[in-house]
Design a protein around this ligand. Structure first.
Ligand code: ADP
Ligand code: MG
Length: 344
């Protein structure tokens, strides 16, 4: 019987994952949490768990080698892997790295790539413990699996946010996206130019945020020292709007985020202005910030403020009220998810 054909765009990324994984039921007692969070959680001992996450980066989809230095790509791959472990409030300890190598990739390119991997591993205290190497017909492919550990009682799922909880955010948003826009602009301007001299002056921070972002493993330590276990947590890879909606969906709650509390770096606002873009859209939908979005009960406000590097950008509401961005003049704008749609 003909099965017909459904375009992936009809389901969207999250609809597709739901459809493919719906039939799977966990049978092993050691599987504490399967599909649906930043990482899977597996029992290690009576009170400890291992967390595992895997991610891919594909040339032409996730990065462009015309402007992505291999050393930075190696660094970013490690960040991408361990950020999901960190988003469970776990300490990343090991990674494995698998490569699909196309004919245009040289040994020197791979040496540089691994220099970046080594640097990121050293910085984060993570061991590279394995991987796989194969050929690729299409482009350079990177797959990274990251493993971490935590006390079971310290693990922060997406699903624990409660009404009135504070919504907290580390760092700032939209800088990585603006860094990408800058690189894309310079590439277009300089296409076909001999000895190109791209203009990046004054925007170095944006480039660093896109090309060499650091995962917030420092926060796992800071939260532990404060004795705070977030009621929910997620890392910002798809943009704030999408991540808030993921927490709302998993926690069965609503949210109110206040536009004037959106942390934006000076360079983000400056380049957005120059390019006639709205920096808030970059923050909401840009993604790849690798910052942490988490919720804590109301009575943790002072402790959170005392940590210094965290903004309280809103609060959790009842599920029936939905998820909104509140503008300074009191307008409520419904948050919209992004996710990927396959490129043609
Ligand atoms: P993240 O952006 O945090 O890496 P994703 O949005 O990629 O998370 O994935 C959401 C959840 O779906 C995760 O728990 C992930 O392990 C799971 N997942 C994604 N793709 C697949 C797949 N093809 N098969 C099984 N599980 C998947
Ligand atoms: Mg994640």
């Amino acid at each position: 019987m003909a099965k017909g054909r459904t375009e992936i765009a009809e389901l969207g990324e999250f609809g597709l994952i739901d459809r493919l994984t719906a039939k799977f039921q966990n049978k092993n007692k050691s599987t504490i949490c399967g599909v649906g969070d930043d990482a899977a959680v597996i029992e290690a001992s009576k009170d400890k768990a291992i967390v595992v996450s895997t991610d891919s980066m594909l040339e032409g989809i996730d990065f462009d080698l015309t402007y992505f230095p291999p050393k930075h790509l190696g660094y970013k791959a490690v960040t991408k892997g361990i950020s999901d472990v960190v988003a469970m409030n776990a300490v990343p300890e090991q990674i494995t790295l698998s490569l699909g190598i196309s004919s245009k990739i040289s040994v020197e390119f791979l040496d540089d790539f691994y220099e970046g991997v080594e640097f990121a591993c050293k910085e984060a205290g993570v061991d590279l413990v394995g991987g796989d190497t194969s050929a690729s017909m299409t482009g350079f492919v990177v797959n990274i699996t990251a493993v971490g550990r935590a006390k079971k009682s310290d693990i922060a799922y997406r699903s624990g946010a409660k009404e009135h909880d504070l919504i907290c955010l580390t760092g700032n948003l939209g800088a990585s996206y603006m860094g990408l826009r800058l690189l894309e602009r310079e590439r277009r301007v300089l296409q076909g130019v001999d000895n190109p001299q791209p203009q990046f002056e004054g925007y170095e921070y944006l480039l660093q945020r896109y090309l060499k972002p650091r995962a917030r493993y420092d926060m796992v330590e800071s939260l532990r020292k404060e004795g705070i276990v977030p009621t929910s947590m997620i890392d910002i890879t798809d943009g704030l709007a999408s991540e808030v909606l993921q927490i709302c969906k998993a926690s069965k709650c609503g949210a109110r985020i206040y536009l004037e509390r959106m942390p934006l770096a000076k360079q983000t606002t400056a380049l957005a202005e120059e390019m006639h873009l709205d920096p808030v859209v970059a923050a909401l939908n840009g993604g790849e910030d690798y910052e942490l979005l988490f919720t804590v009960p109301l009575d943790k406000r002072e402790q959170i403020v005392s940590l210094g590097c965290i903004d309280i950008i809103g609060h959790i509401t009842a599920e029936s009220t939905g998820a909104y961005l509140v503008t300074p003049d009191g307008n409520d704008i419904a948050l919209q998810a992004q996710g990927f749609t396959p490129k043609r």
